[in-house]
Design a protein around this ligand. Structure first.
Ligand code: C2E
Ligand code: SIN
Ligand code: SIN
Ligand code: SIN
Ligand code: FE
Ligand code: FE
Length: 414
């Protein structure tokens, strides 16, 4: 067991780690993982406040996870709870108080809040001890709830949370809240940029870009595992990819409405202008202030390259748009592994989601037809190895489409 001093030192290091993460979803995942490690808890959930509700935002459960084949993910359905005294999480958010419950099944009937057995009944899991901690903004407003479930002793027996757990988790919640508030601000800023693009191009919605980002992450994680990429590198790339993928098409803001909103096929000249959105996008991030700008620039520039070299914009300087030295005279498309991996990944996620979606120039395609188009593109448009990974991940991709459905932008920063 760690001493109090060691715990505080660890908390400081965690604060630094959490503040390096830019993306909101990646942050929620890391906060929950670290909180659970601290107190040896089997499971947990983070809820994010949206007006008068808490939205179920992220969940982990080691026991249920172990029952899945490796690399598979638990698929949770998202739901909301009112911020009032009827649920445990709602009560903690309404009152700002931490709740430590040794056994949720023997909760005193004198309490206003009730434990909902729905999740246990649906999953076969047994929730016992539960520590529910409010996450609070610098203005003392509720940001969300961190709920840690089933603390374990050294023999992995479920135990109640101790006083020391409660104390350390209160500190941790303070650190996590600072990081959370910042990541929500960044996410809100990105969605604002996307809303500007959406005013121009009705296809480029918050829901579409979230789906493209989440599908891209799925493909990247499986690819990175297969290629034994170091975990630190994976974590860093996931963060940058989650945000860069959302911004893959922001360069469309520079394209005229006459082209963007055209309901029929583009003429060759119009299509050539349209192709410039890749360069406009890359230029927006060309200052390269952070890893995340660099990934965003790479993705904007390369998401329309094709595996067989027939894509665009090819070997060009992203700032001037001019062909790079040595590429002035021949067809310029990048080919195969010349295309950065993040560009190859987002290409699949973007085309799949564009096909599944309504566009001003096309009706949505059904899943089968869209999947067939991706399979057709393996080796010509897309990296065939990534197409295989994409097909393997279809169950998770369907869950992403439900979570980020078009009528439900589902963003906690909103
Ligand atoms: P987008 O609508 O986001 O589409 C992204 C990519 O998905 C397209 O890249 C293309 O590879 C694929 N895609 C989308 N719809 C279809 C389709 O109906 N059939 C096939 N086979 N593939 C499809 P692409 O072609 O480079 O286009 C880039 C962007 O240019 C599109 O982004 C869209 O904003 C615009 N665009 C392309 N074609 C047209 C068009 O005929 N009319 C209008 N108004 N815009 C178009
Ligand atoms: C609650 O906090 O009441 C919701 C969590 C659960 O029921 O498992
Ligand atoms: C991280 O370390 O997780 C992110 C680093 C960065 O994107 O700057
Ligand atoms: C276009 O119509 O030029 C783009 C859609 C497609 O690839 O068919
Ligand atoms: Fe694009
Ligand atoms: Fe797109």
């Amino acid at each position: 067991m760690l001493s109090e001093k060691q715990k505080l030192d660890t908390l400081m290091v965690l604060g630094i780690e959490l503040n390096r993460i830019h993306d909101l979803d990646i942050l929620l995942e890391r906060v929950l993982t670290r909180a659970r490690q601290f107190v040896h808890a089997d499971a947990g959930t983070i809820y994010i406040r949206e007006d008068q509700h808490l939205r179920f935002a992220h969940s982990q459960n080691d026991t249920l996870q172990r029952k899945l084949p490796s690399g598979e993910k638990l698929i949770y359905s998202t739901y909301t709870l009112p911020i009032d005294s009827t649920s445990i999480a709602g009560y903690a958010a309404a009152t700002g108080k931490m709740l430590s419950i040794p056994d949720v099944y023997t909760l005193s009937t004198s309490k206003q809040y009730r434990f909902s057995k729905k999740f246990d009944q649906a999953s076969g899991y047994v929730t016992r001890s539960m520590l529910t901690i409010p996450l609070t903004s610098s203005k003392k407003e509720a940001l969300g709830i961190l709920q840690i479930i089933n603390a374990q002793d050294h023999e992995k027996r479920i135990r109640a949370f101790s006083r020391s757990d409660e104390k350390v988790m209160l500190h941790f919640a303070g650190i996590a809240s600072v990081a959370l508030e910042r990541a929500q601000m960044t996410r809100a800023m990105i969605l604002r940029m996307i809303r500007m693009a959406e005013m121009r191009d009705p296809g480029e919605t918050g829901a579409h870009v979230n789906r493209v980002a989440e599908i891209s992450l799925e493909i990247y994680e499986a690819w990175a595992r297969k290629h034994n990429i170091d975990q630190k590198e994976i974590d860093k790339t996931r963060d940058a990819l989650r945000m860069g993928a959302m911004l893959h098409d922001v360069g469309k803001v520079a394209i005229s409405d006459l082209i963007l909103k055209k309901t029929t096929r583009l003429s060759p000249d119009e299509y050539n202008i349209m192709k410039q959105h890749t360069i406009h996008g890359a230029r927006l991030f060309s200052n390269l202030q952070s890893d995340y700008d660099e990934a965003a620039a790479v993705i904007a520039l390369n998401h329309h390259e094709k595996w067989n070299g027939s894509g665009y914009p090819g070997h060009v300087d992203p700032v001037s748009g001019a062909p790079l030295p040595g590429y002035e005279n021949h067809a310029s498309g990048k080919k195969g592994e010349e295309i950065p991996i993040l560009g190859r990944i987002v290409a699949i996620a973007d085309v799949f989601d564009a096909l599944r979606s309504q566009r001003c120039y096309k009706a949505p395609w059904d899943e089968q037809r869209s999947v067939e188009a991706i399979i057709q593109g393996a080796g010509t448009h897309f990296d065939p190895e990534l197409v295989k990974i994409f097909l393997d991940r279809m169950p998770v991709i369907r869950a992403i489409q439900i979570r980020y459905a078009d009528n439900n932008e589902n963003d906690p920063a909103e």
